[in-house]
Design a protein around this ligand. Structure first.
Ligand SMILES: [Zn+2]
Length: 93
């Protein structure tokens, strides 16, 4: 008997980077933002690592270097681009 597992993931449709004064660290900073259907804009401050999900302030995880990890994951996501998942699916074919 063959069983199928369906894995659903949201595709990033759009991304942008801009400068603005961060509400968390209070300094002018670069933000990267990614738009996903149903979830809206996921924005991260590259100075302090604070993120907002569709405009809602998101708590940071409680461990050492959580801000640093948040910044590095946002940078990696930016470098992967918006067609990251599409490329991965094509590699598996
Ligand atoms: Zn900030």
């Amino acid at each position: 008997m063959i069983e199928y597992i369906h894995i659903n993931f949201t595709k990033t449709h759009e991304r942008k980077a801009y400068r603005r004064i961060c509400l968390d660290c209070g300094k002018k900073s670069v933000f990267v933002a990614f738009f996903q259907e149903w979830y809206g804009w996921d924005t991260t401050c590259l100075r302090c690592g604070r993120s907002w999900a569709d405009g809602e302030w998101m708590p940071l995880e409680f461990y050492r270097y959580a801000r640093k990890d948040s910044i590095s994951s946002a940078r990696k996501r930016w470098k992967r681009g918006i067609d990251y998942n599409k490329e991965r699916i094509n590699e598996e074919d």
